[in-house]
Every structure is written in C-alpha cells, then in structure tokens.
Design a protein around this ligand. Structure first.
Ligand code: HH2
Length: 280
C-alpha cells in the first residue's frame, strides 16, 4: 500500500507520521506558537528531525467555533512557508477547504491537499482531478467548524462516516482520480460527541473494512478535546493521551497519524514495530 502524491509515492507498509504546522494565530492546540514565518520554518525543521514523514501546513483554524478567514488572508500566511517547506525534501500537505488556496498551493508544488470538508466546495473536485498526481485527504465533518459541536446526532456513526467517505471518494474517482491518491479520515472531533469519537476508535477496524483496501486511512487524535474529557487534562498536557490514541489507531489499521508531538509518536511507533505488531 502507498499514497501517491505530487513528488513522492509514500510507502505505507509502515505507518507514517504527519507533523502539524499551524500557521494560524488562533489554533486550539498550540495557541499560535508557530504562526510567524521564522517560527514556522524552524518548527518544520524540528518536526523532520524528530522523524515526521509528512508536514501538514494549516493557515486557517478549524477549532470548534472558529471564524473563517478569506482565501487572501490564508494565502498570505501560507505561501511563504509553503515555498520554503517544499525545499526541505519531504512531502508537504496543505490543510485547506478553499479551492482558491488549493489552486495556488498546487501551483507552487504542494504534494497533498488535506481538506476537512472533503472537497465539497464548488470546483474543488475538478481542481484535484485536473492535477496529474497530487495526493488528497478527504475528511468527514458534520456541519462546519462554527456549528459542528451543536448537538451532533448519528443513528450509527460508523455507518454514516463510511457512507460519506465512500461517496466522496467515488465522486473523485468518477473524475478520473486514482484511488492510490486518496486517503480517508473519519474526522475525530468534527461534529462528533466524545462517545462518537470513541466509537470511531473502538470500531475503527470495522470502519476500515467498510472503506475497502483501495485507500489508506489517516486519523488525527492529537490533543483533541475527547482526550481532555477522558483524562481531565488541558490541551497542552495531552501528549501521553495523544500518543496512546495514535498507537491505538495504528493498531486498528490507520496508516497515517496526524500529530503535534512527533518525537513521542515516532518513539511509540518504533516500539510497536520492533515488537512485530506492524507485520500484519
Ligand atoms: N484536525 C484538525 C485540522 N485538520 N485534518 C485532518 N485530515 N484530520 C484531522 O483530524 C484534522 C485536520 C484540527 O486540529 P489542529 O490542526 O490541531 O487545530 P487547529 O485547526 O485549530 O489549528
């Protein structure tokens, strides 16, 4: 199994770590600590030294209740860092839902478009389909970041997430995008209660079976509020819980984990692999 992206064919026979680089002043998880250009590039370099396989650059906050920014504001934050990050020799993903930002990011050579809105914006599917080989991550979300935590309800969260992700993948494939370019994400914390998130982890194997083997699953548990609800810890103190959740997700078949705490996650995965648990 692999993930085809613009410049890299990422081997997924071992699980991969996507390191989060937030370029927003209002990120829920790191409070904007890496928002300036120099701080962002230093953070990219540090995450790579710690063993990140992919960098994910995000210039719009998606925290619950976050207010949207314009494409112009997003591009002003993103493009200088993207140019520099692309020169670091690793796959670079751009976390955006706006076609105008996707278009510019791909024109600059971005390897992956990571869309929490699963390319539902007008023109987004066509834009990805027009690119010869960029990677894409399609994530499930109920509602939008401003409203999504307003009493989410599902008859069966695994059924709903699987059906949605299959439909979005099929829409891309119908436009000629190969399945190996597409990665699917259940969207932990996006329009889901604590119980929904935990059910998605507890039943993750079943979810993956329903999605089929054509595309890998990526998951992001890092520092999310469900971990706070379980441990009682504030966002900056959820490293151990985040590593545990990432490892559980990998054990249950996820091939890519999106994390803030790269060094700790990489160490945990090394132990997991050394024990042979990654061999099927
Ligand atoms: N979570 C966040 C943002 N983007 N992308 C994918 N594919 N999966 C996720 O779970 C996901 C995501 C939210 O986390 P974070 O980037 O830490 O927060 P913020 O958006 O507030 O900066």
């Amino acid at each position: 199994m692999h993930w085809q992206t613009t410049r890299f064919r990422i081997d997924l026979t071992r699980p991969r770590v996507m390191g989060i680089v937030n370029l927003t002043p209002d990120s829920f998880a790191d409070g904007g600590a890496h928002a300036g250009f120099d701080a962002a590039i230093a953070h990219c370099r540090q995450l790579l030294e710690e063993g990140a396989d992919i960098l994910d650059l995000g210039a719009e906050s998606t925290r619950p209740g976050a207010l949207p920014v314009t494409a112009e504001q997003e591009l002003v934050r993103l493009l200088p860092v993207l140019r520099e990050a692309l020169a670091l020799g690793c796959p670079v993903s751009v976390d955006t839902s706006k076609p105008a930002v996707m278009r510019e990011a791909l024109a600059h050579g971005a390897d992956v478009v990571n869309d929490i809105n699963a390319l539902q914006a007008s023109g987004a599917l066509e834009l990805i389909a027009a690119h010869p080989n960029c990677g894409v991550c399609l994530m499930h979300m109920r509602g939008n970041p401003a409203s999504m935590q307003d009493r989410p309800h599902y008859d069966d969260v695994v059924d709903d997430v699987a059906a949605f992700l299959r439909e979005r993948r099929a829409a891309l494939q119908a436009r000629g995008v190969a399945a190996d370019r597409i990665v699917l994400d259940p969207g932990i914390g996006f329009g889901k209660s604590v119980a929904h998130n935990l059910e998605l982890l507890g039943r993750q194997r079943e979810l993956i079976e329903r999605l089929g083997s054509a595309s890998a699953v990526l998951v992001g548990w890092s520092r999310k509020s469900t971990l706070g609800a379980i441990t009682g810890r504030a966002v900056g103190q959820r490293q151990a819980a985040s590593v545990a959740a990432a490892l559980a997700a990998v054990q249950a078949g996820a091939r890519i984990v999106r994390v803030h705490d790269v060094a700790a996650t990489v160490d945990a995965l090394k132990v997991w692999q050394a024990a042979g648990l990654g061999n099927g």
